[in-house]
Design a protein around this ligand. Structure first.
Ligand SMILES: [Zn+2]
Length: 276
C-alpha cells in the first residue's frame, strides 16, 4: 500500500470540498480487502454501542471493482461478532454471490442510494436511542450544539410513511430525499448517513447520534445564527471531523484485537484537532 502511483484509489469530493481518498493500493484486491476489514470494524463498533441488537440496521460498502455491487453482513449475524467471512456481495438486482440470506430491507434502502450517488462508498443505517426518537418529530436539526453544524444545510428528511421499506421504489424515494447531503432522517424510523469511505459514513453517523441526543434532551435550546453555524460548519462539517470521530470511537470502544483495517485514520488531517 501507499504506492506513489496507485493503480487503485477511490474517494471523491468531500462535503467540505476536499478530496478524500482511502489509502492507495496497488491492486483492486487489496482495496477490497481493506474496505471489507473496515466494514467489519464498523459493524463491531455499532455492536459495541449496542446498536442493531434487535436485528435492525445495516452498513454497506461498495465493491471497488464491481461498482454496482455492495458488501453487506449476511442475515442473522450479531454485529459485534462480524468477521469478513460474514460479508456477502449483493448485486444490483439483489442477488447474493454466496447464496446466503440477507436482510432484504438493507437491499431496498441501500442499493438505490449506491445507485443514485456513485461517488458514495458507504451507507449506514440503524435504529438508535436518540436519532430514532428525534426522527419521529419529522424535523430537521437546529444548530443547538457544536456537532449540529456538521449538518448545517447538509441533511434532509424522508417524509414517506413507509417505516418498513419493502421495495426498491421506496428506496429510490429515500435516495431522492437524501439528495446530495450526507444524512437523511427517515421519518418515524431512524437515521442514515453516507460517506466517501466506510470511515466517513460511520463518523457522520456517530456525530449525528450525538446531535440527536442534544435535541431530545435540551428542551429549551436556542440555536446559534445561520452565520455562526455556517462558519463552524467549515471545520465541523469537514471530512476530517468524521474520520476523527470514527477513529476515537474505535479506539475507545473496541479492544485492540477487534480492530481491523486502518481505522486509526493515518490520513486524518492533523490540522483538524477538534476544539473542546
Ligand atoms: Zn431501519
Amino acid at each position: 500500500m501507499n504506492s506513489p502511483t496507485p493503480a487503485w484509489v477511490s474517494g471523491g469530493e468531500s462535503t467540505a470540498g476536499t478530496l478524500f481518498h482511502e489509502p492507495s493500493f496497488e491492486s483492486v484486491q487489496e482495496l477490497r480487502a481493506y474496505r471489507k476489514q473496515v466494514l467489519v470494524t464498523a459493524y463491531r463498533l455499532f455492536g459495541a454501542f449496542g446498536w442493531g441488537s434487535l436485528g435492525d440496521g445495516h452498513i454497506t460498502a461498495r465493491d471497488p471493482e464491481q461498482t454496482n455491487a455492495m458488501w453487506l453482513i449476511r442475515h442473522g449475524v450479531p454485529f459485534h461478532r462480524t468477521t469478513t467471512s460474514d460479508l456477502v456481495l449483493v448485486g444490483p438486482d439483489g442477488q447474493v454471490d454466496s447464496g446466503d440470506a440477507i436482510n432484504k430491507t438493507a437491499y431496498y434502502i441501500h442499493a438505490p442510494i449506491h445507485e443514485a450517488r456513485p461517488e458514495v462508498v458507504a451507507v449506514a443505517h440503524t435504529h438508535t436511542p436518540y436519532a430514532t426518537p428525534w426522527a419521529a418529530n419529522v424535523e430537521l436539526f437546529q444548530m443547538i450544539c457544536q456537532e449540529a453544524t456538521a449538518f448545517f444545510e447538509d441533511h434532509s428528511i424522508f417524509e414517506g410513511e413507509e417505516v418498513q421499506v419493502s421495495d426498491f421504489d421506496t428506496g429510490k424515494r429515500i435516495a431522492a430525499a437524501l439528495g446530495e447531503t450526507k444524512a437523511v432522517l427517515l421519518r418515524n424510523h431512524g437515521p442514515l448517513t453516507v460517506g466517501y469511505s466506510v470511515e466517513e459514513a460511520i463518523g457522520w453517523f456517530l456525530l449525528l447520534e450525538r446531535v440527536a441526543e442534544v435535541h431530545v434532551k435540551a428542551r429549551r435550546a436556542k440555536p446559534i445564527s445561520d452565520e455562526s453555524a455556517r462558519n463552524a460548519a467549515t471545520e465541523i462539517g469537514h471530512v476530517g471531523m468524521a474520520l476523527n470521530a470514527f477513529e476515537y470511537a474505535v479506539m475507545s470502544k473496541l479492544p485492540e484485537s477487534q480492530i481491523w483495517g486502518d481505522p486509526r485514520g493515518s490520513h486524518t488531517p492533523a490540522s483538524l484537532n477538534r476544539g473542546a
